[in-house]
Ligand binder design. Structure first.
Ligand code: 26W
Length: 824
């Protein structure tokens, strides 16, 4: 193949004529199809075309990738390593094409080849290597680092199976294994030469004279193999790297067993080793607590640290200056072992003393906390740690001793605070508190919204904050506007660019220039027209997949996110039932037609969340089949929520449901994506909703319910949900209907436990917020009927969302945490 010529031609020259761009791309795709996929165009499937297209596009990134790497070395740029057990990247074709400026040429090239571009883009599987917000944030930040000119690297695990596929059968969630690699992954480069041995188990032995030094002798090894995916930034400025590790056995098989005919035994070890990167833990907010999870965490931390230390020493000759050239960000506590591992490397392999090793570690590492839910805070049993990572456990004890000695010196800290400050939880079985380890090993600990930062200081890290008052900071999350507006809502993006120019794509604050257009003679209508087309696109998909007919005149009310009690999908569906009752009681009233859309996965073992999915589907079945109500209220549960579904649903939403119990949603990022796409938020004063409120102003967001401090006060005072229910007839009627089996006639007992728990317990204050929420929904109806008023508010949401860009967030991380320089 004409490889050198291709490299020449594929360099993205600003002066390249679009026609030649099309021709080049067309040739490249054809030749990939023939020589790499090995298919004759006459017999190629859509997927074959997708592979050929992706491979051709990947080639375009490679020379820029090489150039970026050279620049990083030559200019000694500070490298930022984002360690995350999850990267929820979704599809990459459109993302890459957009940032390379090749959407148009690629569409034309495929068209000229007789291939439908949209069919090709839709045949890409979603890379679902994450559960929810934390994983998607990591993906947005990778793109934003490449777009703001930061030498960013993602480190994670190349799971064979990402988050399970959700099927809804008879209204129940059924989990099916996901197989994103089944037909190959065109974006990645396997690096069989980049491998590291990862030790596990074994013993720690004293080494050398004096008994001061130790050596870890692991009892087994697993090999980590690197797979690199290029991450291209806006306008192809930079191409960074996402390096994911795959586990391989240290030896292909045991020949002794094989020769004895014990075939299973011969491969047992291999199966065990590769199981480390087999599957993503599907638990959001409950620590998995299993040994395999701890192995995953250590596996990717160890591989990443060996890799980055090796790179640093190669370039700088010593690790003594590590923090000058390297910053590491821990995405939650999942990579918190990095603290112990780096200290271990510095002491055992580079002969530093503990104090210096910890100082270097702390200057290098920073940690982001993503949740305050007590049940989600990771801890590992000391006994398990001692068995799997004996040297690390020893080091954690030493770090703890140093840390507690510092506590003892501080006279203002009362000794009875020591248990709260210790890295070891002594209640019940002894456990290592990973949040504390991450805190003590980091120079900055950040929350993901203003409220979250404040609550961190007051709750989980109260004592540690008192000890290190400068350490906790907060950087409100952001989302990449390339994916979450430009790519997923082409209609709106084009309209915006036509109105204010395209500079907003690189500088999101430009969106503010839309504000005067709220009063323009035509812009608001065109804005609403785009929304309508997005709704029609979703309606088409719902019709094809679920056979349900919807009207674009209805208000599209959307709650899509992981299923969790604190996110209160239950509040939403209860209000829907109450509204249904209202409609039935006065069918001829002028109701604003509404489509309520839900989607989200529940952890397989989270029974209550799965029961709520069932309830939504049960209510949907009755409401949607009721001739009195069906034109006024529709309820849908869309199966298998993932990044691609989000890209379809969010641009079509009129109303965004962000209704968590105040104080419980660390930030939320879906809230930003909806608002950016011109949806109004109905929400509590929680997480980043508060900041969205501050940006769009109180008239352009529908806030209701208890505030975080009021929630805390209710809990303290002792809370009686039964009394609230009794005093709220609409709620009482709703709960009675659900409890009595109106929505589950085939199993009338189904929701007895759910309702009884709500009336007696209601930990998430659903009943306390119900009346305020229901009233707010009717206010929403009234607003929606005033077309131009609604349009003004929707435009304001898009216009004021500039601050919530991931570029802004990354610049803040760079300046306040990493000491790295972003481009202006
Ligand atoms: C150890 C198991 C585990 C797994 C996931 C514990 C905790 C989690 C997190 C709760 C996962 C998560 O996605 N958190 C979300 O992070 C987003 C990005 O910062 C925030 O916007 C969401 O509010 C937060 O719930």
């Amino acid at each position: 193949m004409n490889r050198p010529v291709e490299i020449q031609q594929t360099r993205r020259d600003e002066r390249t004529e679009p026609e030649s761009e099309v021709a080049t791309l067309k040739n490249a795709i054809e030749s990939k199809l023939l020589y790499t996929v090995g298919k004759d165009p006459a017999h190629a499937s859509v997927h074959d075309w997708y592979m050929a297209t992706a491979l051709a596009v990947r080639d375009r990134m490679v020379d820029r990738w090489v150039e970026t790497t050279r620049r990083t070395y030559a200019q000694s740029e500070k490298r930022v390593y984002y360690l995350s057990l999850e990267f929820l990247i979704g599809r990459l074709l459109i993302d890459s094409l957009t940032n390379l400026g090749l959407i148009g040429p690629c569409r034309t090239a495929l068209h000229e080849l007789g291939v439908d571009f949209d069919a090709v883009r839709n045949s890409e599987p979603d890379a679902a290597l994450g559960n929810g917000g934390l994983g998607r944030l990591a993906a947005c930040y990778l793109e934003a680092m490449a777009s703001t000119g930061i030498a960013g690297f993602g480190y994670g695990i190349r799971y064979d199976h990402g988050l399970f596929r959700q099927i809804i059968r008879d209204g129940n969630q059924v989990e099916v294994p996901e197989d994103w690699l089944a037909f190959g992954n065109p974006w990645e480069f396997e690096r069989p030469e980049v491998t590291f041995n990862i030790g596990l188990g074994g013993r720690v032995e004293p080494k050398g004279p004096g008994g001061q030094r130790f050596e870890w002798r692991p009892s087994e090894y697993v090999v980590a193999v690197a797979y690199d995916t290029p991450v291209v930034g806006w306008e192809g400025k930079r191409v960074n790297t996402l390096r994911l590790w795959s586990a391989r056995p240290a030896a292909p098989m045991q020949f002794t067993d094989f020769n004895r005919g014990q075939y299973q035994d011969a491969f047992a070890e291999q199966v065990r080793a590769s199981s480390i990167s087999r599957v993503l833990y599907p638990d959001d907010s409950t620590p998995a607590g299993q040994e395999l999870r701890l192995k995953q965490e250590y596996f990717f931390v160890s591989a990443s640290l060996q890799d980055l230390v090796r790179r640093h020493v190669m370039q700088h000759g010593t690790v003594a200056n590590l923090p000058k050239s390297v910053a590491m960000q821990l995405n939650d506590t999942h990579p918190a072992l990095a603290v112990a591992e780096l200290v271990r490397i510095l002491i055992d392999e580079h002969k530093f003393v503990l104090r210096t090793a910890l100082e270097l570690t702390r200057a290098t590492i920073a940690y982001t906390n993503h949740t305050l839910l007590p049940e989600a805070l990771e801890t590992w049993p000391v006994a398990l740690m001692e068995r799997l990572l004996p040297r690390h456990m020893q080091i954690i004890y030493q770090i703890n001793a140093l840390h507690l000695a510092e506590v003892a010196e501080r006279k203002e800290i009362s000794p009875d605070r020591v248990p709260a400050l210790s890295l070891i939880d002594e209640h019940g079985g002894r456990r290592v508190k990973m949040g504390h380890l991450a805190f003590v090993g980091s120079h900055r600990v950040n929350g993901v919204s203003g409220l979250h930062g404040k609550l961190m200081r007051e709750s989980v890290f109260r004592e540690l904050h008192q000890l290190h008052p400068e350490r906790i900071t907060h950087i409100t999350n952001g989302v990449t506007f390339r994916r979450w507006l430009l790519e997923c809502n082409r209609g709106l993006a084009d309209l915006i660019s036509e109105a204010i120019g395209a500079a907003w794509i690189g500088d999101s604050t430009e969106l503010e220039r839309l504000m005067p257009l709220r009063n323009d003679a035509v812009f608001p209508d065109r804005f609403l027209e785009v929304k309508r087309r997005n709704k029609e696109r979703l309606i088409g998909s719902v019709l094809r997949h679920l056979g349900v007919v919807l009207s674009p005149d209805s208000l599209f009310d959307v709650q899509v996110k992981r299923m969790h009690e604190y996110k209160r999908q239950l509040l939403n569906i209860l209000e829907a039932v109450a509204h249904y009752n209202e409609i039935r009681a006065a069918p001829h009233k002028d109701w604003v037609p509404r489509v309520k859309i839900f989607a989200g996965k529940a952890a397989a073992s989270y029974h209550r969340a799965k029961l709520i999915i069932k309830l939504i589907n049960d209510v949907a079945r009755i409401v949607n089949n009721d001739p009195i109500a069906r034109d006024k209220l529709r309820i849908l549960f869309l199966p298998n929520y993932n990044v691609s579904l989000a890209e379809l649903v969010m641009p079509a939403a009129d109303l965004s449901e962000q209704i968590s119990t105040a104080g419980m949603e660390a930030s939320g990022t879906g809230n930003m994506k909806f608002a950016l796409n011109g949806a109004l938020t109905i929400g509590t004063f929680d997480g980043a909703n508060i900041e969205i409120h501050d940006h769009v102003g109180p008239d352009n967001i529908m806030i209701f319910g208890l505030r975080a401090d009021e929630v805390a006060a209710r809990h303290r005072a002792g809370y009686a949900p039964g009394q609230i229910v009794a005093a709220t007839p609409a709620l009482a009627e709703t709960l009675a209907a659900i409890r009595g089996g109106v929505f589950s006639p085939e199993d009338p007992q189904r929701y007895v436990g759910l309702v009884d728990d709500l009336v007696s317990n209601d930990h998430f204050l659903v009943t306390a917020d119900f009346a305020a929420y229901a009233a707010k929904q009717r206010e929403v109806d009234a607003l929606f009927q005033q077309r131009s008023v609604w349009a003004g508010k929707a435009i304001t949401n898009t216009a004021k969302m500039g601050w919530f860009s991931a570029d802004r967030a990354i610049r803040e991380y760079a300046a306040e945490i990493w000491g790295a320089r972003a481009e202006d």
